[in-house]
Write a protein that binds this ligand. Structure first.
Ligand SMILES: *[C@@H]1O[C@H](CO)[C@@H](O)[C@H](O)[C@H]1NC(C)=O
Length: 435
């Protein structure tokens, strides 16, 4: 083994010493790489023009910086690596002291004109790597790291439980399908794993899937599409919006058990309504006004707001009804008290003028005793069941009406409770079930 190693080392030494020059410039001379050789920069690097240049492309997601719901754009950092064969740049590494990689400025050779169709970023954002790497077999690799803002039509129906899938389409601007072909070089799952490892910041979002498809576009350009699926982390919105709304709704239900008479119930409910008003601007800041189908979140807010509003109206109606019942009763009572007093006065007049035995009531009475009739009648009046006296009758009617009002209130509460439970269940179903 030792002998073999020594022989190999000697061979390597020999091969190195055999080369005339171990500097890069010898290789550059061999490849005719200098600023004056414009052919290398202009031509697609094939010896026969019919040969298709195959550009392998891979993309790694580095960080998710921002998703703008209003502008419908996503900002990310990506690494893009492209490989292609330059048939003019080949050498035998053993002839050049084993040089097996050469880094040269991008400006010296031809590079494919690949663009991103959904790109909405300012051009200043793309930092071209100044160098490309060339291997002895002519394989050129170009790496770019860029901040990409791309257009993505966001579907916010299930906000904040939404996930967004958008395309990043790479394609050549000028070369047709039969001259330049874009293909994927690495398995999607590997790229996805690499992205997960390299991820610097994700913010509110999580990368859940990355898939690439290559196809030919309508204008005969070879294209490679990366479909990126991002999922929102909904925690912040659950804490900020959904739970407060739910708690306010529960408070609103509980307000049925607060005393109506003192006006406390109404003030509690109005406060709940105002609290919802405070929550609404958060939603306005996030959701775009151009949304065609209203997001479930907006429907949720509107439904809670409407329910609480209806509840306030009902409380007002009940308190109005109670006021009416009470006051109308009292007015009638007052009127009747006056009447009774007038009657008593009349009776006294009659009793002084005419004999009491002429009265029909007294003659009909079974206990018609001449002497004690007046006293007995008084006793009977007092022992008679309540409703016959006008005052208790009025009280009964009043409490009857009050009972109706209370029944109305209870029925409303049951209906209200059912509506609240139903709408909430329906909306949460929409959120979680539909994709
Ligand atoms: C994304 O690209 C795929 C493949 O070409 C296509 O089927 C899909 O409709 C595209 N999606 C969008 C939103 O453009």
């Amino acid at each position: 083994m030792a002998a073999l190693t020594v022989t190999l080392l000697a061979l390597a030494g020999v091969s190195c010493s055999q080369a005339s020059d171990c500097s890069y410039s010898a290789l550059l001379n061999h490849l005719k790489l200098d600023a004056t050789n414009s052919g290398l920069q202009i031509e697609r690097p094939v010896k026969n023009w019919n040969t298709i240049t195959e550009v392998q492309l891979e993309m790694i997601l580095d960080s998710i910086l921002d998703v703008d719901e209003k502008l419908q754009t996503v900002t990310i950092h990506i690494y893009v690596r492209m490989y292609w064969i330059n048939e003019h740049l080949t050498w035998n590494s053993s002839e050049f002291c084993g040089i097996n990689i050469l880094n040269i400025p991008v400006s010296m050779i031809w590079v494919p004109d690949i663009i991103i169709q959904e790109d909405a970023s300012e051009t200043a954002n793309s930092h071209d790597h100044p160098l490309v790497s060339v291997c002895p077999n002519g394989k050129v690799s170009l790496v770019k790291r860029l901040q990409l803002t791309y257009i993505c039509k966001l579907n916010l129906f299930r906000f904040p439980f939404d996930s967004q899938t958008c395309n990043i389409t790479f394609s050549s601007l000028n070369y047709n399908n039969d001259l330049l072909k874009l293909v994927k070089s690495t398995n999607d799952s590997v790229l996805m794993k690499l992205s997960g490892l390299k991820m610097l910041t994700e913010g509110e979002w999580k990368l859940v899937n990355m898939e690439s498809i290559s196809y030919t576009s309508l204008i005969q350009r070879s294209s490679l599409v990366y479909q990126i699926t991002l999922e929102r982390k909904p925690f912040l919105y659950v804490v900020n919006l959904i739970l407060p709304l739910l708690f306010l709704l529960i408070l609103d239900l509980a307000s049925f058990f607060v005393g109506v008479s003192s006006g406390e119930k109404l003030s509690v409910q109005l406060k709940i309504l105002l609290s919802i008003f405070i929550l609404l601007p958060i939603l306005k800041d996030i959701l775009p006004s151009t949304e065609d189908s209203l997001p479930v979140m907006a429907i949720h807010c509107i439904s809670v707001f409407t329910l609480v509003w209806i509840n306030v109206l009902e409380t007002m109606l009940i308190s109005l009804l109670k006021d009416v019942v009470c006051c109308v009763g009292e007015e009638q009572q007052n009127a009747e008290v006056i009447k009774v007093k007038e009657q008593e006065a009349d009776n006294r007049n009659e009793s002084t003028g005419v004999s009491g035995t002429d009265k029909p009531e007294e003659t009909n009475s079974p206990l018609d005793l001449p002497g004690d009739s007046r006293e007995l009648k008084f006793i009977m009046d007092r022992t008679k069941p309540g409703p016959k006296t006008p005052e208790t009758q009025k009280n009964m009617q009043k409490s009857n009406r009050l009972r109706w009002v209370q029944i109305f209130d209870s029925v409303f509460f049951v209906l209200y409770f059912a509506t609240v439970v139903f709408t909430q269940a329906f909306l949460f179903g929409l959120w979680k079930v539909y994709v």
